[in-house]
Write a protein of this length. Structure first.
Length: 577
C-alpha cells in the first residue's frame, strides 16, 4: 500500500494498532441472563485500571519524583467516583446495552461538563477524567496493552495519527516502524521517529481500518510502501535490500569521528537537534559540534502543569553541562500550532487555524510570566557552558525588539539580585515566517545569528499545511520560492557578518544538504542519527560542486527537476553497494 516515505529504513514484523483517544466503542444489547456478568466485567476493568495506574505511579515516583507521581492521585480518585460509576450502572440497568457503551456515554458527559467550567482546576480534571476513561475502555475492550510507551513486544505501530505529546512517549526499543493513516514528513511524530531511526511511512489512507493487531507487514521507509502479509519471495527481496543498507550504515559509521570537511578543504559545522535532555548522549555519540536546536516546549508537553523556573533551569543546565564547551542553542517555547499543552484549554483555546494562530513567540509575549521564567532559567544555565538563545516564529523587527526587551528585563532582574549569567550570550532568531525572511536585513540589526526553520518556512511560503497528508505532495523543499528566499536571507546575513544555519528537516537530508551548503548556509543542524549520512556525503563532495549545484538550481523553474538534480548529485557521490 503506497504512502509517503517519512523515515528511511525497512522493518518486518507484527502490527500493533494504536487506538487514539477516541476509542471506537461497539454497542450491543446484553442478554438478560448475562447482565450480572456484565457488571462483574466492569468491576474487573476498574480494578485492572487501578492496578495499572498505581504501577505507573510507583515508576514515576522512583524515576522522576513524588511530586510528579502525585498527578496520578487525581486519576485514582476518578476510579472511586461514586457518581460516575453509579450512573454507569444505572444507564446499563435501564438500557441493557453493553457496559462499554454505558460507561463511554456517562464519562463523555462528565468530561464535557468539566471542560466547560470556568475554573482552571476543574477544567484540568476533565483531562484526568478523559485519560482514565480511555484506560477503562481499553481494558473493557481487551486492549490493555494499547499504549505507545509500553508495547508488549517488538511491533510495527500503526495509528491514524499521533500527536507530538504521544510521540514523545513512543517506546524506542520496541517500535519497529511507525505507519500512520495521515501525517507528513515534517509532522512531529515523524521527526521523532526519524530521530530514533525508526522507519516510517505516513499518509497510508485508512490503513488502521484494514489491519488488525498481529498482522504481519513489511514497512519500507525508503520507497514509502507498506506490504501486508508479504510472500516468501518479497521477504527474500527485502531481506537482501536490508543487508545492503546495513553494510552501508556500517560504512557511514566508519567516518563518524572524522571532521565534516569537503574534498576541497571547506569545513562544515554539523550540529544536533534535540527535544529532551537525554538526547545529548546521542548527539555526543554522533560527534555533533553542539546543539543547534533544543526544542524546549517538549518539557511542557505530557505534564499537567507548567514547569517552574527551577525545573527548567535544571533541565537546561543538564544539557549545557553535558555538551560543554560546545554550544547549545536553546530555543524559547514554541507551544501552540501542532504542539498545544494538553488539557490547558485556557492557555490554548481551540483555533480553526492553529499554524497561523496563537503560537510560539506570540504566546510568550502575551504570557510574560511564563516567558520570563524560561528566559531566567536559560540565563542562569548559561554559566555552565556555552549557551545561545533563539526565538521561534519571529515575524518582524518590532516583535524581535519586544522579545529582546523582555530578555533585557530578566537580565536586569538577575543583575540586581547578583545572580550569575553569561553577559555575552548570543541571541538569534529563527527565520521561518516569510515576513521574517523578507525583512532579514532589519532583523539582522538586532540579533547575532539566524537559524532557518525550513519545516515552517516551506509551509508558510507555499501555503501547504505541513501536517496535511492530502497536500503533502505539494510540500516541495526544492520549490524556486524556497531557494530564492534562502539565497536572500544568506546574502543579507552575510553582509552583516551573521552566520546562518538551517535546523529544519531539510538540513538532515543528504539530498538537500549540498544545495543548502551551495546556497551559503554555514551550519546544518539535524536529528543526531542523521549526522553520519550528512558527514559521509560532505567528505565525498567539493564545496565548488555544491555552489555550482545551487547556481544551476536557481536557474531552474521546476521543483521536480531541481529535486532530480539534487538526487543525482547525491547518488553520484554516495553509492550504497
Ligand atoms: C522548523 O520549523 O523548521 C523548525 C525547526 O521548527 P519546528 O519543526 O519545531 O517547528
Ligand atoms: Mg518551526
Amino acid at each position: 500500500m503506497p504512502g509517503i516515505a517519512a523515515s528511511q529504513g525497512i522493518a518486518y514484523g507484527q502490527i500493533f494498532v494504536y487506538l487514539q483517544s477516541d476509542v471506537e466503542v461497539p454497542s450491543y444489547l446484553v442478554e438478560p441472563e448475562k447482565r450480572i456478568d456484565e457488571v462483574a466485567r466492569f468491576d474487573r476493568a476498574l480494578v485492572m485500571t487501578r492496578q495499572q495506574i498505581s504501577k505507573i505511579m510507583n515508576e514515576v515516583e522512583k524515576n522522576i519524583g513524588p511530586e510528579e507521581a502525585g498527578i496520578f492521585d487525581a486519576h485514582l480518585m476518578v476510579l472511586e467516583d461514586e457518581a460516575l460509576i453509579g450512573e454507569t450502572i444505572r444507564e446499563f440497568e435501564s438500557t441493557g446495552r453493553n457496559i462499554e457503551t454505558c460507561f463511554h456515554k456517562v464519562s463523555s458527559r462528565y468530561v464535557q461538563a468539566f471542560s466547560e467550567i470556568d475554573d482552571e482546576y476543574l477544567r484540568e480534571r476533565a483531562g484526568d477524567l478523559r485519560d482514565v476513561a480511555q484506560r477503562v475502555l481499553h481494558n473493557l475492550l481487551g486492549q490493555a496493552e494499547n499504549s505507545l510507551n509500553r508495547l508488549a513486544d517488538q511491533r510495527i505501530v500503526v495509528a491514524s495519527d499521533i500527536s507530538p505529546s504521544e510521540s514523545a512517549t513512543l517506546d524506542r526499543s520496541a517500535a519497529l516502524a511507525l505507519v500512520m493513516d495521515s501525517g507528513s514528513k515534517t509532522s512531529h511524530a515523524v521527526i521523532v521517529a526519524r530521530s530514533m531511526k525508526i522507519p516510517s511511512v505516513v499518509g497510508v489512507r485508512n490503513l488502521t481500518a484494514k489491519v488488525t493487531n498481529g498482522d504481519w507487514a513489511i514497512v519500507d521507509g525508503y520507497d514509502g510502501v507498506v506490504i501486508l502479509n508479504p510472500s516468501e519471495s518479497t521477504l527474500f527481496r527485502y531481506g537482501k535490500i536490508q543487508e545492503q543498507k546495513k553494510s552501508f550504515e556500517a560504512r557511514l559509521l566508519e567516518v563518524n569521528r572524522q571532521p565534516a570537511v569537503t574534498l576541497d578543504g571547506v569545513t562544515v559545522s554539523l550540529m544536533a537537534n534535540i527535544e529532551k535532555s537525554e538526547e545529548v548522549t546521542k548527539a555526543r555519540t554522533y560527534y555533533a559540534e553542539g546543539i543547534g536546536l533544543y526544542r524546549t516546549e517538549f518539557l511542557f508537553l505530557n505534564t499537567a502543569r507548567i514547569p517552574s523556573e527551577q525545573e527548567q533551569f535544571i533541565a537546561y543546565k543538564t544539557v549545557v553541562e553535558a555538551m560543554a564547551p560546545l554550544p547549545v542553542v536553546i530555543r524559547t517555547l514554541d507551544l501552540g500550532g501542532d504542539k498545544p499543552m494538553a488539557g490547558k484549554t485556557d492557555l490554548f483555546p481551540k483555533e480553526n487555524n492553529p499554524f497561523m494562530g496563537f503560537r510560539a513567540i506570540r504566546f510568550c509575549l502575551e504570557h510574560p510570566e511564563i516567558f520570563k521564567d524560561q528566559l531566567r532559567a536559560i540565563l542562569r544555565a548559561s554559566t555552565y557552558g556555552k549557551v545561545k538563545l533563539m526565538y521561534p516564529m519571529i515575524s518582524g523587527s518590532e516583535e524581535l525588539a519586544r522579545a529582546n526587551a523582555v530578555l533585557a528585563e530578566c537580565i536586569a532582574e538577575l543583575k540586581a539580585k547578583g545572580v550569575a549569567f553569561d553577559a555575552d550570550m548570543e541571541v538569534g532568531t529563527m527565520i521561518e515566517i516569510p515576513s521574517a525572511a523578507t525583512t532579514a536585513d532589519l532583523l539582522a540589526e538586532q540579533c547575532a545569528f539566524f537559524s532557518i526553520g525550513t519545516n515552517d518556512l516551506i509551509q508558510y511560503l507555499l501555503a501547504i499545511d505541513r501536517v496535511n497528508d492530502r497536500i503533502a505532495h505539494l510540500y516541495e523543499p526544492t520549490h524556486p520560492a524556497i531557494l530564492r528566499t534562502l539565497r536572500y536571507v544568506v546574502a543579507e546575513a552575510h553582509k552583516r557578518k551573521l552566520p546562518v544555519s538551517v535546523c529544519g528537516e531539510m538540513a538532515g537530508d543528504p539530498i538537500f544538504a549540498p544545495l543548502l551548503l551551495g546556497l551559503g548556509i554555514d551550519c546544518l543542524s539535524m536529528s543526531p542519527s542523521w549526522l553520519p549520512s550528512v558527514r559521509y556525503l560532505i567528505r565525498a563532495m567539493t564545496m565548488a560542486d555544491a555552489r555550482a549545484l545551487a547556481t544551476q538550481a536557481l536557474g531552474m523553474s521546476s521543483p521536480k527537476e531541481i529535486y532530480a538534480l539534487c538526487d543525482a548529485f547525491y547518488r553520484q557521490r554516495v553509492r550504497m553497494d
